[in-house]
Design a binder for this molecule. Structure first.
Ligand code: 5GP
Length: 193
């Protein structure tokens, strides 16, 4: 078991509806030492990739992305949730359905901060159905940039996102892959990596 898996087993809370709560260390209160270890692991897994930018999505991806970025020594851009009324022509737009809130949001990135010169590592906290990742990939494609890889903290391997993204040919690295979880017992099973 790696340190993220150990932490999930200890402090994660399994909720009904395939939701894993990790807000004591990942996406509300944040354990920066754990993020730092995750950053080092992503640096190893994407060794040799020419990455000059990290892209994530508001809000819970931002903290992780910033600590990971220290290991790559590159800036972080985050896709912002936008009210359509504020959108002008200087942004890339993607539609993302939130897994936890079941709401559709338009997310935007300014054209100033992502261009065809960019070699992007996409980072997010969770991968479930892959909607957030599809939105971020679409934004990099709109910019004419290159997705060099995708780094996820927790993939829920029993949902379809991981397989879909790997089938598209992207290097997807998830530090913990949950194979199953039981809200009655709180037990979380991980895929061997
Ligand atoms: P997807 O777009 O892959 O369906 O879902 C990914 C997004 O939904 C992540 O950015 C994350 O914020 C949220 N999410 C999905 N599953 C979970 C979960 O089990 N727990 C929490 N806390 N967030 C989740």
């Amino acid at each position: 078991m790696n340190c993220l898996e150990e932490r999930i087993a200890r402090d994660g809370v399994v909720k009904e509806g395939n939701v894993l709560k990790v807000d004591s260390f990942l996406n509300h209160q944040m354990d920066i030492n754990l993020f730092d270890q995750m950053g080092a692991e992503f640096k190893k897994r994407f060794e040799g990739k020419n990455i000059n930018k990290i892209l994530t999505i508001e809000a819970s991806g931002i903290g992780i992305a910033c600590v990971v970025a220290r290991h790559f020594n590159v800036p972080v851009v985050f896709a912002k949730k936008a009210k359509s009324i504020n959108i002008d022509g200087d942004v890339y737009i993607a539609e993302v359905e939130s897994f936890t809130h079941k709401r559709k949001n338009q997310v935007i990135v300014s054209k100033s901060f992502l261009t065809s010169d960019d070699h992007v590592l996409i980072i997010d906290d969770f991968l479930a159905n892959g909607c957030a990742l599809q939105g971020l990939i679409s934004i990099v494609n709109q910019a004419g940039g290159t997705v060099e890889g995708i780094g996820i903290a927790i993939e829920k391997g029993f949902q379809m996102g991981g397989q879909m993204i790997r089938n598209l040919g992207y290097q997807l690295e998830s530090l913990a892959i949950v194979e199953g979880m039981d809200p009655a017992t709180g037990e979380v099973k991980f895929r061997e990596q």
